[in-house]
Design a protein around this ligand. Structure first.
Ligand code: HEC
Ligand code: HEC
Length: 362
C-alpha cells in the first residue's frame, strides 16, 4: 500500500517536472522572441508602400536609377516635408521652396538672383519639374546626381548654410521626423544619405506633362492659329536645343550672352576648366516657361520677349516681330495648370483636408 502511494507521488512529481520543463522552455522561448521583436521593432514595422513611376506616353525612359532609391509613399511624404521645412537652414528661415517656389513651377520668379540665408546666390533657381530625365544638374552640370545636388544648397553659405551634424542632431531629436524616417527607411538613426534620398523621391514625383501642348499632341484639343504658327517656327528654329517632349536636349550652349561684370560667371568653364566651355549654360526646359521669369542663368532677361529680342540682336537666331509674337503664343501653351495645383506637390499650409480651399482660386 505504502509502496503504491510512493509510486503515485513519484509519478506525480515526475509529471510536475516534465510540465515545468516544458513551461520553462516555452517561457524562455517566449521571452527571447519578445526581446528579439522589441530589439528589431523598427524592422518589423518597416513596410513602406511601393510607388511606381509612370513615364508619360511617348516620352523617353527616365534616366534616374529607381532601383537604387525605390519610390515609396513614406519616402515621398518625408521628402516633401523636408523640402518645405526651413529647419534645413542654419537660421531656420530658408527651405528648398524659398527659392524653388511651387507657384512658379519650382523656380525663382520675380527677382533675378535667388537668395538664401546670408546673401544672394549668383544664379536664378531653375524649375524642378521632370528631374527624373536629367543626368547632370546645375547650369554648369557640376552635380552628377540628384542626391549630390541636394547637399550643395544645404551647406552652401549663401543658400541654407547648414552644419550637417547639427541638422542630423535636430532631426534625430524630433519624434515626428524619427517616425517618418523609420517608416521610410527602417533604420533607427537618421543619416545624410536618407535625407538626400527622401528629397530625391519627392522631386522625382514632380512630372509636368499635361499642358495644352501635351493635350494637342494627344489629340484632345487643338492650337488656335497663333499657337499653331508659333509651333511651326519653334520646330524650325528652337527644337535643336529645346527638344520636345522635355523641351531641352540637356546640352550646354553659349547663346551669345555677355559675361556679367559683377558676377563674372563663365558657366560650364567654371566646372570643366576648358576655354571652349566659356559662357556655356545648360539648356533649360521651356515647360511652364510663362511662370518662371526672369530668365537665363542669372535672371537677366525679364520676359520671353527680352530673350527672343536678344536672340535676334545677337545674330544667333534671326526672328521677325511677327515670329516673336507667334512663338510667345506657342510657349504659353507649355503652362501645365493642373499639375501646378496638384495638392501632392503643394505645402501642407495651403491645403485643407489635402485639398486646395476654394478661396485659393480667387
Ligand atoms: C537660396 C536659394 C536656393 C535654395 C534654398 C535651394 N536651391 Fe536649389 N537651386 C538654386 C539655384 C540658384 C540653382 C542653380 C544653381 C547653379 O546652376 O549653380 C539651384 C539648382 C537646383 C537643382 C538643379 C536643377 C537643374 O535643372 O539643374 C536642384 C535639383 C535643386 N536646386 C534642388 C534643391 C533642393 C532639394 C533644395 C533644398 C534642399 C534646394 N534646391 C534649395 C537655388 C536654391
Ligand atoms: C543653341 C541652342 C539654343 C537654341 C537654338 C535656342 N535656345 Fe533658348 N536657350 C538656350 C540656352 C543655353 C538657354 C539658357 C541661357 C542662360 O542660362 O543664360 C536658353 C534659354 C531660353 C529661354 C529662357 C528660359 C529660362 O528658363 O531661363 C527661353 C524663353 C528660350 N531659350 C527660348 C528659345 C526659343 C523660343 C528658341 C527658338 C527661337 C530658342 N530658345 C532657341 C539654348 C538655345
Amino acid at each position: 500500500m505504502h509502496e503504491d502511494i510512493n509510486k503515485d507521488v513519484c509519478t506525480f512529481i515526475m509529471l510536475l517536472f516534465k510540465c515545468m520543463k516544458i513551461s520553462i522552455v516555452t517561457l524562455l522561448t517566449t521571452v527571447s522572441f519578445a526581446a528579439l521583436c522589441m530589439g528589431a521593432g523598427s524592422i518589423f514595422s518597416y513596410k513602406p508602400v511601393p510607388v511606381s513611376f509612370t513615364s508619360p506616353k511617348g516620352w523617353p525612359a527616365p534616366v534616374y536609377n529607381f532601383n537604387g532609391n525605390p519610390l515609396t509613399k513614406e519616402g515621398i511624404a518625408l521628402g516633401k516635408k523636408l523640402f518645405y521645412d526651413p529647419l534645413l537652414s542654419s537660421d531656420n528661415t530658408v527651405s528648398c521652396a524659398t527659392c524653388h517656389e511651387p507657384s512658379a513651377a519650382f523656380a525663382t520668379y520675380d527677382h533675378p538672383l535667388s537668395h538664401g540665408v546670408n546673401n544672394l546666390t549668383t544664379r536664378n533657381a531653375p524649375s524642378l519639374f521632370n528631374v527624373a530625365w536629367q543626368k547632370e544638374f546645375m547650369y554648369d552640370g557640376r552635380a552628377k546626381s540628384l542626391e549630390t545636388q541636394a547637399l550643395l544648397p544645404i551647406h552652401s553659405s549663401d543658400e541654407m548654410d547648414t552644419n550637417i551634424p547639427v541638422l542630423l542632431k535636430q532631426l534625430n531629436a524630433s519624434p515626428s521626423y524619427k517616425k517618418m524616417f523609420t517608416a521610410a527607411f527602417g533604420a533607427s538613426k537618421i543619416t545624410v544619405d536618407q535625407i538626400t534620398r527622401a528629397l530625391s523621391q519627392f522631386q522625382l514625383t514632380l512630372v509636368s506633362a499635361n499642358s495644352k501642348y501635351d493635350k494637342v499632341m494627344r489629340g484632345e484639343t487643338s492650337f488656335i492659329l497663333p499657337e499653331k504658327l508659333g509651333y511651326e517656327i519653334f520646330e524650325k528654329k528652337c527644337v535643336s536645343c529645346h527638344t520636345p517632349p522635355l523641351f531641352t536636349n540637356y546640352s550646354y550652349e553659349n547663346t551669345a550672352i555677355t559675361r556679367d561684370p559683377i558676377l563674372k560667371d563663365n558657366g560650364r568653364e567654371r566646372f570643366t576648366g576648358k576655354g571652349a566651355d566659356s559662357l556655356k549654360f545648360k539648356v533649360p526646359s521651356l515647360r511652364n516657361v510663362a511662370l518662371t521669369f526672369p530668365y537665363g542663368h542669372d535672371g537677366r532677361f525679364y520676359s520671353v520677349l527680352d530673350v527672343l529680342t536678344h536672340y535676334r540682336a545677337s545674330g544667333l537666331i534671326p526672328l521677325t516681330n511677327f515670329e516673336i509674337g507667334q512663338l510667345t503664343a506657342f510657349l504659353n501653351t507649355l503652362t501645365d495648370s493642373s499639375t501646378l495645383t496638384n495638392p501632392a506637390f503643394l505645402p501642407a499650409r495651403v491645403l485643407i483636408n489635402n485639398k486646395i480651399p476654394n478661396h485659393a482660386h480667387q
